[in-house]
Each structure stands twice: as C-alpha cells, then as structure tokens.
Write a protein that binds this ligand. Sequence first.
Ligand code: ADP
Ligand code: NA
Length: 330
Amino acid sequence: SDRPRVLSGIQPTAGSFHLGNYLGAVRQWVALQESHDAFYMVVDLHAITVPQDPKELTANTRLAAAQLLAAGLDPDRCTLFVQSHVPEHAQLAWIMNCLTGFGEASRMTQFKDKSAKQGADRASVGLFTYPILQVADILLYQANEVPVGEDQRQHIELTRDLAERFNGRFGETFTIPKPYILKETAKIYDLQDPSIKMSKSASTPKGLINLLDDPKSTAKKVRSAVTDTDTVIRFDPQEKPGISNLLGIYSTLTGTDVAELERTFEGKGYGALKVDLADVVVDFVTPFRERTQQYLDDPETLDSILAKGAEKARAVAAETLAQAYGRVGF
Ligand code: ADP
Ligand code: NA
C-alpha cells in the first residue's frame, strides 16, 4: 500500500469507553482507515503496568475490541489486534530499553504524574518503561504517523529520538514517525465540571458519559449538564465552557458545524439545546450498545477477527524485528 501508515492503541479499561475516548480518539481512527494503512491495537501489555485481575483483563480486552468494531473499525480496512498476541512488541522493547538513558526515561512527565498518583514506591518498573514499549509499538510497524492527544507528544519525540539513535548506530532500519495531533475540538469535558476533561479516573459520575450505560440515564446526564447563568448559545470555550462543550459534542456527533448550531438554537435557550443533544447522544449510543453486545455474544467471531488481525500485524512486526535483531548482532 502506498498510503501512509498509522499506528494507535487503546487500553482495555474496565467497563466501557466514554464519550471522550470515542470523539477524541476512536472516531478519528475510523476515519483514518479510509486514507491510511491503519494498525490499531488493544494494549494489554501496557495495561499490566498497573495491577490487573487476570479474568478481568481478558474480559476487558475483548470488550475493548468489541467496542472498536461497534464504533466502525472494519477488519477488512484496517489491522485490529491485541498487543500481547504479537510477541515482537516485548522483544523490540527490550532493545529500545537498552538504547534509552535512565535520565532520558526519567524525564517522561506522564510517569511522574502516574507514579505520583500510586505512590512512587509502589509504581512498577514497567510503568517507568511504558513509553519505551510505546516506542517499540510504533517502530515495529514503520508507522509514518501516530494519532495522539497533546499529552502524548513527548512520547512521540522519544520515539523519533530512539529511531534516529538506532539508525545512526546500526544502520537505517526504522521509519521516523510524526505525531498526528488530534483536533482540539474533539476534546470533551466533564458535563458537571467543564474545567476538567471527561475521564474515567477524574470525572464526576454524572459528568461522565459511558457508552454502554443505559441510554435513558445517559439522556438524563446530558439534560442536567452544567451551563452558565447566561442564556446565549455561543461557542466560546473561555467564557462559556459548559455550552461550548455541548456544542462540540453535538457538532462532532452530527457533522454539523458549530456556527450552524448557533444559528439553529438562536433565542431557544439552553433547555432546547440539551433536550436535542440528549436525543443525538441516545441515537448514537443505542446502536453502539447493540453492536457491542452482538460481538460479545459471539466470542468465536470476535476471537477469529482478533486472530486474523494478529496474523496480519505479525507479518509486519516479525520482518522489522528480524532486521533489528540482525543489525544488533543477534
Ligand atoms: P482516560 O483519560 O479516561 O483514562 P485514556 O487516557 O485511556 O482515557 O484515553 C484513551 C484515548 O482517548 C486517548 O487517545 C485519549 O487522548 C482519548 N481521550 C481520553 N479522554 C478524552 C477526552 N475527554 N476528550 C478527548 N479525547 C479523550
Ligand atoms: Na488518560
């Protein structure tokens, strides 16, 4: 394929994806299948950097894959797989670990944030080297572009540095990837506290839209979203973060631009916007939930999709690893 290659991963989290994961990441992945040679994975190796119950990990990995398919990833248009099914990730990560300076790894700010949350003594070495596993993930597929949020930019820089270091020391082996920074309008905020992003770990229960929740309670959350005391419906993230968040969600889910929404709702008040948006969200989550359930009810089909994905991924990964091994002297 002469299309640029992209690689991205998502963690197998407990329960469902939330609206932020979908609008901020997964939805873009679906679009990129058409323009790119896309590799997407459920990153279960990354998940065990913090303790996981084995049965739950298995179930959450399947659940994540089911949701990616329900969201529109098409195994005929992209390569969808589970990270641990492709052993080359861990193998290349070891080489990359040995190329990374301890001080260099220590400067990764995400580790500082995550380990601070757990207590530095309890954080695993795996959590510390997480960005280096990410480097291996990307380089194995010779990815040209890596769709990430702004918070991941530093890890892409590390990937570029290590790829250049390897190429310089051992000969041209890896493609130097570029970040494909996801659109800022795709960033979704907590419905009750629009000063924080919607997130599994930080959101308030009523501010978080889990995609697999009962659509009725989801509609209720949308209708009770926090807005300001003004009545004007205008996209202005600084002055009107609550309304802007709702307009952003509306716009992205329906493909209507924000200016048009402002005109549609002119003089109608916040209530009308929230009631309409609740319908829009329900119209999205209802079929999403049904499709996810269909995949979960048919584990044989799901497993066979993932087995084929792993086979496709491995064909690429094994070739890259063989080259890297040879260059290193293995
Ligand atoms: P969480 O923040 O809930 O822990 P993750 O960090 O696992 O979610 O994020 C998975 C993907 O979803 C990443 O690509 C991330 O950039 C994206 N994402 C997470 N939260 C949001 C959000 N509120 N708005 C937009 N994108 C988001
Ligand atoms: Na996060």
